[in-house]
Design a protein around this ligand. Structure first.
Ligand code: SFD
Ligand code: AMP
Length: 630
């Protein structure tokens, strides 16, 4: 057995993850914990300054409601999210986040984040809900506040969390290992706040060869949140609602600023605007085909129809958009020149603030956005419940936003607590509350932390952790290291062995299954019952072989566990697409055997894995709107 020291840490609230939601949680938890004399501990697999989706920075804050300034109402935001998700949303959760999000944005500004202002001192909007920022150091700024609030003694960086520790059906901590030294960690806690992001590389990426690994979503978020909550027996929701962003092709630069701020069009290889030529298709998806803005997945769908007919490539008309804005200055040569310079620098900054590789690709391929159009494409599917997807745990809503009808279904004591007592979920970890983005995830982290501390005050008993069980978990976590060490001598090529599979090969196999059977890029995002059933069979064989994963070192041990987590995310996804016998988000996935929306599927498709029987339960839950509370 690999020689690993075991380190035990006892705390009251354990925050797992160090991204936007976790940083929000840290700030709020520190405040309430101090009042109650409680301890808060945070664990991140990476270094908080640059961990998670915001590592490279962002160029916009995508959720700002402007409630105080009377720019919008709570109902406006809830309407927007419900429509964008084709009617499937937990309005109580969306409203709860929306009523707190502005204060997170104001905190970011107070902590030093530069938000664009106009000449009157008002925030510059990218679109109705989005604010422009100089956000290269966004994550550093937000992490600094979290670190100051908790103190570095209470923060563990570069520790990869694998499993929950359970006491019956209650979560009492988490285990993990250091990715830098041979240390196995046992965190004992009265409540665990899960904020380990979503998942990428479950599906085969478009990138290959020297670009392999480049994706829109950050490669280090591997489905840890979904795995953790599933293994704790928590009910999950919207596992079918993956997100497919349209991005500048190959380096995945954002499109929001082009569409919203620069008012750009996208056109196909024949110079046609698919939003115009395909307008009739929207009739098939009413009422959501008729709303403004057109839901993200339907925008994708109109574009995909062109691509499927061979009418690509699709281009963002950057040259046209810049020319249109600059046209207002055409009679003033000096003003025109200044404006062109300003637009050019804004175009580059949009990428330099959050997707540096896109700026590098533009530079490397001699793209001047004011002169030539740039190709865009639909990315491979990701699991990101905080953006325009919705996957995550099924959590309790806040009490005050429940109606008589919603209360028995949506409320069980503590806001944003999973169905497993002691687990709270925020950001990508909680489902059915899309469009929270960076700011809303931070706000949800704060909401969760306050509720988790309330739960701990109400349930002060020390966590009961079974030492024998922990030893079993430790042996299981370290198994890939021992498996490699025991077998590596019997091959002339370390990568190929009948007794083991290395994590990269394992990942390729998972991605191939998902790509071909669950509607990946190769399958043009299409699938069916037969394909999904075949995919499930192949996944079950992959699961058998996961017992044979082998790790040469600590880094590979992390890779092994990342891929086990991805595999669980994949299974939840396939099972849920299979369960929902309709097509509701055609631009995310299209079930060719059930090609339209059905009234009886105006509902949530939930799932749950039972640790005792190792079986999955599929559950249909009602969508209940809370109009009277907004
Ligand atoms: O426009 C473990 N998002 C954007 N939001 C905005 O507000 N504006 C934008 O401009 C955005 N753009 C954008 C966005 C996302 C991505 C990927 C790109 C561009 C390229 C969305 C937000 O970034 C997103 O909503 C939030 O970051 C979600 O917050 P959270 O906390 O749920 O996830 P995280 O920040 O990724 O953090 C995850 C943390 O978990 C850690 N972790 N720790 C321990 N053990 C494990 N096993 C772990 N696994 C993961 C991570 O290290 C990290 O700390 S735009 O282009 O869309
Ligand atoms: P993106 O860069 O695609 O993530 O977009 C950033 C924000 O702008 C998100 O809130 C998107 O939903 C929104 N958005 C992007 N493109 C459009 C569009 N064409 N119409 C309406 N909203 C958009």
């Amino acid at each position: 057995m690999a020689n690993f020291e075991t380190r035990e840490v006892s705390t009251d609230l354990l925050i797992v993850g160090g991204g936007m939601a976790a940083c929000g949680a840290a700030v709020e938890a520190a405040y309430w914990a101090k009042k109650h004399g409680l301890k808060v501990t945070l664990v991140d697999k990476a270094a908080m300054d640059r961990s998670g989706a915001v590592a490279m920075g962002l160029s916009a804050i995508n959720q700002y409601v402007g409630l105080k300034d009377g720019q919008n109402t709570l109902k406006d935001y809830v309407d927007y999210v419900r429509n964008d998700l084709m009617g499937i949303t937990r309005e109580d959760l969306v409203a709860n986040i929306a009523r707190h999000v502005d204060s997170s944005v104001h905190l970011f500004e107070k902590w030093g984040l530069p938000i664009w202002k106009d000449e009157k001192g008002a925030y510059v909007h990218e679109g109705r809900w989005q604010l422009m920022i100089n956000g290269e150091s966004y994550k550093v700024v937000v992490a600094e506040a979290a670190k100051n609030a908790l103190g570095m003694d209470n923060i563990y960086e570069r520790v990869f969390i694998t499993e929950p520790i359970m006491d019956g059906n209650k979560c009492v901590g988490a285990i993990g290992f250091s990715v830098r030294e041979n240390v196995f960690y046992v965190f004992k806690a009265k409540a665990v706040l899960v904020a380990m992001g979503g998942a990428v590389h479950v599906f085969k990426p478009r990138s290959s060869g020297e670009g392999l690994g480049r994706a829109w979503y950050p490669p280090w978020n591997s489905g840890s949140s979904a795995y953790f909550t599933l293994k704790a027996g928590a009910e999950m929701t919207c596992q079918e609602v993956r997100f497919i962003p349209v991005r500048f092709k190959d380096a995945y630069g954002p499109v929001g600023a082009w569409f919203l701020l620069f008012k750009s069009r996208a056109t196909n290889g024949l110079d046609e605007n698919y939003m115009e030529t395909r307008k009739g298709e929207l009739e098939k998806w009413v009422p959501y085909g008729k709303v403004k803005p057109v839901p993200a997945n339907l925008r994708n769908w109109l574009m995909l129809l062109d691509v499927q007919e061979g009418k690509g490539p699709i281009f963002m008309r950057t040259e046209e958009a810049i020319a249109n804005i600059a046209a207002a200055y055409k009679d003033d040569p000096k003003g025109y020149k200044t404006k062109m310079k300003e637009l050019e620098s804004e175009a580059w900054e949009d990428f330099l603030d959050m997707t540096i590789s896109q700026a590098i690709l533009w530079a490397a391929s001699n793209v001047a956005p004011e002169e030539v159009k740039s190709e865009i494409a639909a990315a491979e599917p990701y699991f990101i419940g905080s953006h325009s997807g919705a996957s995550g745990a099924w959590v309790s809503g806040p009490e005050d936003l429940q109606t008589d009808k919603s209360r028995p279904v949506y409320f069980w004591g503590y806001g944003h607590m999973a169905t497993t007592p002691g687990i709270f979920c925020a950001g990508d970890a909680s489902g059915a509350s899309s469009h929270k983005f960076s700011s809303g995830s931070h706000a949800e982290g704060r909401i969760c932390a306050k509720e988790a501390i309330r739960y701990i005050v109400d349930h002060p008993e020390a966590p009961k952790v079974d030492a024998k069980k922990v030893e079993e978990l430790k042996a299981n976590v370290l198994k890939p290291l021992n498996h490699f060490a025991a077998n590596k001598g019997y091959t002339s090529d370390d990568n190929i062995h009948p007794e083991y599979i290395r994590p990269k090969m394992f990942m390729f196999r998972l991605q191939k299954i998902m790509d071909e059977y669950a509607g990946g890029v190769t399958a043009q995002f299409k699938t069916s019952k037969s394909l999904l059933e075949k995919g499930l069979t192949l996944l079950s064989m992959l699961k058998e072989d996961s017992e044979k994963l082998a790790a040469e070192d600590l880094h590979e041990l992390m890779r092994c566990w990342e891929n086990i987590q991805r595999m669980w995310q994949a299974e939840a996804h396939v099972r849920t697409i299979l369960f929902r016998e309709e097509t509701r988000w055609p631009g995310y996935y299209f079930r060719s055997d059930t090609p339209g929306m059905k009234d009886d599927w105006q509902a949530f498709a939930n799932c749950k894995w039972d640790p005792k029987s190792n079986t999955w339960e599929m559950i249909k839950r009602p969508v209940i709107y809370i109009n009277e509370k907004l």
